[in-house]
Design a protein around this ligand. Structure first.
Ligand SMILES: [Zn+2]
Length: 297
């Protein structure tokens, strides 16, 4: 991937090397994985999200405001400076490229523009509006503060434990989390919350899977435009597909050690994840990502 040719985002907040404030140290503040997942789910269930109809993307509403307002980040968080760490630099440039692509797409769909999310790079543990999270939950998006959270050590796990190395595999992870932000902006998450409250536990998982598969499709949509501008190299698409396969629920369950599923559970099977990622890659059309009404493969 020719990420060096992508525009660096100004919205990266590097908190690596910083200890989250407010912890008690020691074991007192440790929240088990179940607690973290509950916190993230709760944020999806009760998050402050705009509302619009699922699958109504052909007529999107004006992009709603997403909390918090831009520029509200704390001082001294080292944002926007070029990083000496190539992985962080790549992440910042992929994020910048997703901003450009989604801004153009949303405008083409009639929205006023794209409210850019912040991406927080952390090490080990982090405090978000969705609670206190450890890197063990994997990368995640918090709708409550409209930020993506990423410990870049996850990429080593993706490469070694999940067998999905390569920069485009990593870009897929970033673009998937960006896909959740797009869902927040378009109001899909709010609709999702309402639906969740109306269905039983079994259907909840199925709904969650549809939300995740749509984020995969949106990741593919970004990849489509990266390819179109000749920013991908030979082997990149295979890297991305391998990553989508590797983080399928069924694959994850075979590797119960170490990192768990990025950003929550019930993300769909390897086959489903590859199917929807490819759908986005091939069409470049977010309207073709209606995982909520289309039958799953
Ligand atoms: Zn996800």
């Amino acid at each position: 991937m020719r990420w060096g040719e992508m525009r660096r985002s100004d919205n990266v907040e590097d908190r690596s090397g910083m200890r989250p404030r407010g912890g008690l140290g020691g074991g007192g503040m440790k929240i088990g994985l179940g607690g973290i997942i509950l916190a993230l789910i709760a944020s999806v269930l009760f998050g402050i999200n705009p509302f619009s109809l699922l699958g109504s993307m052909s007529a999107p509403e004006p992009a709603p405001q997403v909390a918090p307002p831009a520029g509200a980040s704390p001082a001294g968080t080292g944002r926007a400076a070029p990083s000496a760490d190539p992985t962080k630099e790549m992440v910042a440039r992929v994020l910048g490229d997703t901003e450009d692509v989604w801004n153009a797409l949303l405008k083409a769909m009639g929205a006023q523009g794209y409210p850019k999310p912040d991406l927080v790079i952390f090490e080990g543990q982090v405090r978000s509006a969705c609670g206190f999270a450890s890197a063990a939950v994997g990368p995640f998006y918090c709708p409550g503060d409209a930020k993506l959270y990423l410990d870049t050590a996850f990429f080593d796990q993706l490469s070694r434990k999940f067998g999905a190395p390569g920069d485009f595999a990593q870009a897929y992870v970033v673009a998937h989390e960006v896909g959740h932000h797009v869902q927040n902006v378009l109001g899909t998450m709010q609709q999702f919350d309402r639906l969740l409250q109306r269905v039983g536990p079994a259907e909840r998982n199925a709904l969650q899977v549809r939300l995740e598969l749509q984020a995969d499709c949106y990741a593919g949509v970004w990849g489509h435009f990266a390819a179109k501008r000749n920013l991908l190299e030979q082997g990149d698409l295979e890297e991305g597909m391998r990553a989508a396969q590797a983080v399928g629920d069924d694959q994850i369950m075979r590797r119960t050690q170490g990192y768990v599923v990025p950003d929550a559970f019930t993300h769909g099977s390897a086959q489903q994840r590859m199917y929807w990622f490819r759908r986005g890659l091939e069409t470049g059309d977010p309207r073709r990502c209606d995982t909520f009404t289309e039958t799953q493969p």
